[in-house]
Design a protein around this ligand. Structure first.
Ligand SMILES: Cc1ncc(COP(=O)(O)O)c(C=O)c1O
Length: 375
């Protein structure tokens, strides 16, 4: 299906009718084991669920087509995808991470990588001069998250890919916030795209999953696949099936998520109780020009900094009736969260910051809810 737009790919690739029955919706294969042929061979390429199954393979096809990669692997969660990839690095490797990133990734590189003799440094990925300086010594991996969590910083994927490659690094981009409907890092020079499919791909806050999509089906892709199949953090078939179901409405959902976010940001940016709105679609956002170049739209994740500090932010979140005060993102329902409260003992987020995942409700109702909570 080459030449098609991402919205069409998301509906069709991996979601083809079942050749055996003609069923339009994909079948769910729960079998853990597959019958051998007379000479002990794999009859249809499958042997044991941990090493692969037809429902997962459909989702892998969707992910490859959407991101434009040669290989895709699915995992039990986004964290399992990150862990399996980072564990594939040898002792002595060095990785450059963004200074604003998902807190789970921070825990991985601060707590677990040093135990394995892997050096982890951080830099502001929106500051190319700072990254250039950090790339002066050889690097094994450069990790991009754009827009970043929770400050919505924008990293220039094409420029970072060049800097990373010049330092000898494999360039990885967490594309969870944007999805391939809005941004395709492999086309901009990244080597690997990482997703928490728990978010927009699943789309309904009811399925955990993760994915890696590799530009090339190369030695590293084989190494990570082997590690996944041996260590076993695989995606369950029912989770793959639910995620495939989410893919079919991904294009429509992303369009509405983005349209709602645009309206909500216009309201919040003009509200006197709000000190700052972090959303790359705002022309005043420092990464706006880069975002406009590398994204089809600006996404539906944003953060606000409330006047009056932590107490004012918590009070506002507590007054909302339609927004749910909960972690995570990418579902139909709008969520709001005080990030500093969930980031463990050393929170990085400003105390007056609330992160918002704009859902699929009517924007007018969301704006009215924000209005009554801000007073
Ligand atoms: C940007 C980002 N990457 C990765 C993850 C981790 O994914 P999961 O929760 O599926 O393990 C999250 C989770 O919130 C996230 O927001």
């Amino acid at each position: 299906m080459s030449g098609l737009h991402p919205g069409t790919i998301a509906v069709h690739v991996g979601n083809e009718a079942d050749p055996a029955t003609g069923a339009v919706a994909p079948p769910l294969h729960l079998s853990t084991t597959f019958r051998h042929g007379p000479s002990g061979e794999r009859v249809a390429g499958y042997e044991y669920q941990r090493e692969g199954n037809p429902t997962n393979d459909r989702l892998r096809e969707t992910l490859k087509a959407l991101e434009g990669g040669e290989e895709a692997l699915t995992f039990a969660s986004g964290m399992a995808a990150m862990t399996t990839l980072l564990e594939s690095l040898p002792t002595g490797a060095s990785v450059l991470f963004p200074n604003d990133c998902y807190s789970g990734l921070r825990m991985l590189f601060e707590e677990f990588l040093p135990e394995r003799g892997i050096t982890a440094d951080t830099v502001d990925m929106s500051d190319l001069d700072a990254v250039r300086a950090a790339c002066a010594t050889p690097l094994s991996m450069l990790w991009i998250e754009t827009p970043s969590n929770p400050l919505m910083k924008i990293a220039d994927i094409a420029a970072l890919a060049q800097l990373g490659h010049a330092a000898g690094a494999v360039v990885v981009a967490d594309n969870t916030f944007a999805t391939p409907l809005l941004q395709r890092p492999l086309t901009l020079g990244a080597d690997i795209v990482m997703h928490s499919t728990t978010k927009y791909f699943g789309g309904h806050s009811d399925v955990l999953g993760g994915a890696l999509v590799f530009a090339k089906n190369d030695a590293l892709a084989h190494k990570v696949a082997h590690r996944l199949h041996v260590t076993g953090a695989v995606l369950a078939p029912f989770s793959a099936w639910l995620t495939l179901r989410g893919c079919r409405s991904l294009g429509a959902r992303m369009a509405m998520h983005c349209a709602n976010a645009r309206k909500i940001v216009a309201f919040l940016a003009a509200h006197p109780a709000i000190e700052r709105v972090n959303w790359p679609g705002l022309p005043t956002h420092p990464g706006h020009a880069v975002a406009a170049q590398q994204m089809r739209d600006f996404g539906a994740m944003l953060s606000i900094e409330v006047r009056g500090g932590r107490e004012a932010a918590l009070a506002m979140a507590g007054k909302l009736r339609i927004f749910t005060n909960a972690t995570s993102l990418g579902g139909c329902e709008s969520l709001i969260e005080h990030r500093a409260s969930v980031e463990g003992p050393n929170p990085r987020s400003p105390q007056n910051l609330l992160r918002i995942s704009v859902g699929l409700e009517d924007a007018e109702d969301l704006i009215a809810d924000l209005g009554q909570a801000l007073g």
